[in-house]
Design a protein around this ligand. Structure first.
Ligand code: MG
Length: 297
């Protein structure tokens, strides 16, 4: 009997160790596919950016430098990403500008580095490292409607998990946490309300943005930042941009032919102005590490 029990016990131990070893051999499909699709930046940029070149590096924030989350307040940039960005900004070989849909002080707070140009509200606000600010002019009658527009949105379309982000000169109506059955109608009505107050409405990631009717976008903001940071011959300079959203397409269009741009997306069918698609925030981190090493010469 004792022999039988010992035999049974050793069988169980063997089975257990087999099970553990089987589990440890299971590949993580997500990691494996991510590794396989990590971009080859030598191939993409090797001819464009030579060792020791100086560079203007323009970046979006949400979905590019930091993973998207259910609430913008929860979004955080990793310590590794921050360090890579700091190394590039402090290298003396590059200037870095982050152009975000957030308000300019909000994006600066998220990134927390001094030696960077920050632009908020899709380029309507620019904040330079020396504290100088530039704001695009917004017509007074439209600016006067801003609070009324927010009140109206709060009254009518903020329910079942949706909410309005007040960015001082523009708004974002978020419905990524809203119950699915209400999303289509609340997005349609939000657009109507935004437009009724003289603002422009456009759809973004699970949201509708309301911006002042100023002929301005991230592309024009990028051009303005490059023009004020370099002499007018900046088109001869090396410019790299990465962004994940439709609003970033204006920057990609603006530097097309002279710079290099990356659209962060997993959608292989997506039509973009970008020179290359890259799959993830992690791929952006590897882009920064590649640039950091390259400009060091
Ligand atoms: Mg983004």
């Amino acid at each position: 009997m004792a022999m039988l029990l010992m035999g049974l016990l050793s069988c169980l131990i063997l089975l257990n160790s087999c099970a553990i070893s089987v589990i440890s051999w299971q590949p993580n499909d997500q990691d494996a596919s991510e590794m396989a699709t990590l971009p080859d930046y030598d191939q993409y940029l090797g001819e464009y950016l030579k060792p020791g070149d100086s560079l203007a590096l323009l970046l979006d924030y949400d979905g590019t430098l930091a993973e998207l989350t259910s609430h913008p307040n929860l979004t955080q940039m990793s310590g590794e990403m921050r360090q890579a960005l700091r190394n590039i900004a402090d290298s003396g070989k590059a200037f870095v500008a982050v152009i975000s849909g957030r308000d300019v002080d909000g994006v600066k707070e998220k990134i927390g580095l001094e030696n960077i140009i920050y632009s908020g509200n899709h380029g309507l606000e620019v904040l330079y490292p020396n504290g100088t600010r530039h704001n695009q002019g917004i017509p007074n009658d439209v600016a006067g409607n801003f609070d009324k527009m927010i009140d109206h949105l709060n009254r009518e379309v903020v329910h079942h998990g949706s909410w309005v982000e007040n960015k001082r000169v523009s708004i974002t109506f978020h419905f990524r946490e809203a119950e699915q059955q209400y999303v289509e109608e609340m997005a349609r009505r939000a657009k109507e309300i935004i437009e009724s107050y003289g603002y422009r409405a456009n759809e973004a990631h699970a949201s509708v943005e309301g911006k002042p009717p100023v002929q301005w976008n991230k592309g024009l903001a990028a051009e303005y930042i490059l023009g004020t940071s370099y002499d007018p011959s900046w088109r001869q300079r090396k410019v790299i941009f990465a962004g994940d959203d439709t609003t970033d397409e204006d920057v990609m269009q603006m530097i097309k032919g002279s710079g290099r741009s990356f659209r962060v997306t997993k959608d292989k069918a997506l039509v973009t102005n970008a020179d290359y698609k890259i799959p993830s925030v992690d791929a952006v981190y590897h882009l920064l590490k590649w640039i950091e090493a390259r400009i060091a010469g």
